[in-house]
Write a protein that binds this ligand. Structure first.
Ligand code: XMP
Length: 317
């Protein structure tokens, strides 16, 4: 019978056997999958697992330092790399959604490769791939071609020449969470909403500046913390705020304002393929809107996205 405990025991034993004294490099994202994969590998090979956690400058407010502290508290051998400036510089002036994704992907690979290089004699690349990712990559690219497909011209980055170890390959998301819980990972971390790799870059419509990122981080933090305070966070599959490239007229005291509009989005879903907007309580929306407009300079209007997927996607870009 499959139980999380028996999975942990057998997987750790297999990893020990397979990896011996080899070094593994693994990129942590702050999400559930990479974290659970790292903890499993850590149980098997301890300090021979070298984790890298990159700040792309597009994470939620305070997320990089909070999550890095959490990883360190779990005993993981982790290096935090703050590459915010490098990402934001590269993104300057780009307003095309796919263009942003390409830039972020490219810089991530460069940063990760630089870091992986510094780990001498690394043999393996650890990944938090789960079963649905495996299926998706087979149907889209052929087996395990997800990363490589973008880089089949010229030399691969060195870390991609490593052998891949994916301890969660056979698991569904809920099983990953159960495995994580049985290893004592913080339930709050295991219950985190999905967050896209390109982060806030695809929630800032149009071009990205550090100022816009800062504004959106404040708005997002008010929304997400409010959901947590009101016991709504776990009832929602994913939530976030979008900074619109729209200014509108408002009044503040005697002054006319002409400032930004933000949209709030919260959806119910099982796998992200389809999604329904969540019927958040009006009182909650009212409180959140007031808090955002009163506290975030530069925002004078808040709207709530009541579109379901399809046809609207979850993200706006
Ligand atoms: P959409 O917007 O396509 O989103 O309805 C479905 C799910 O995928 C996430 N998403 C991404 N995740 N890189 C990612 O890692 C991306 O470029 C990306 N675009 C969308 C989105 O947050 C949602 O969970």
């Amino acid at each position: 019978d499959w139980t999380p405990d028996s999975f942990v025991d057998s997987t750790v034993a297999e990893l020990k056997e397979k990896l011996g004294n080899d070094k593994v490099v693994l990129g942590l994202s702050g999400g559930v999958d990479s974290t659970v994969a790292a903890v499993l590998l850590h149980k098997a090979i301890g300090k021979n697992l070298h984790c890298i956690f990159v700040n792309n400058g597009l994470l939620r407010k305070n997320e990089f330092s909070a999550v890095l502290d959490q990883y360190e508290g779990m005993g993981l051998n982790v290096k935090g790399v703050d590459a915010s400036a490098r990402f934001l510089d590269a993104l300057a002036g780009e307003s095309d959604p796919e263009g942003k994704r390409k830039i972020i992907g490219k810089i991530f690979i460069e940063v990760f490769d630089d870091e992986a290089h510094q780990i001498e004699n690394a043999k393996w690349l650890g990944q938090g791939t789960i079963y649905p990712d495996v299926i998706e990559s087979i149907s889209v690219n052929g087996p395990s071609a997800t990363i490589k497909s973008h880089h089949n011209v010229g030399g691969l980055p060195d870390f991609m020449k490593l052998e891949v170890v994916e301890p969660l390959r056979m698991l569904f998301k809920d099983e990953v969470r159960r495995v994580g819980a049985s290893m004592g990972i913080d339930p709050e971390l295991l219950g985190r909403h999905p967050f896209p790799g390109p982060g806030l870059a695809i929630r800032i419509l149009g071009d990205i500046t550090p100022e816009k990122v800062a504004v959106l981080q404040e708005v997002d933090a008010i929304f997400i913390n409010g959901l947590k305070e009101d016991g709504l966070y776990d009832k929602v599959w994913q939530a976030g705020a979008i900074l619109l490239p729209v200014q509108s007229v408002g009044v503040m005291g005697d002054e006319r304002t002409y400032e930004n509009c933000v949209a709030l989005r919260a959806v119910e879903s099982t796998d992200g393929m389809t999604a329904d907007w969540v019927n958040l309580p009006y009182e909650f929306l009212q409180k959140t809107s007031n808090a955002i407009i009163n506290r975030v300079k530069g925002v004078n209007r808040v709207v709530y996205d009541i579109s379901s997927k399809p046809p609207a996607t979850i993200e706006w870009e």
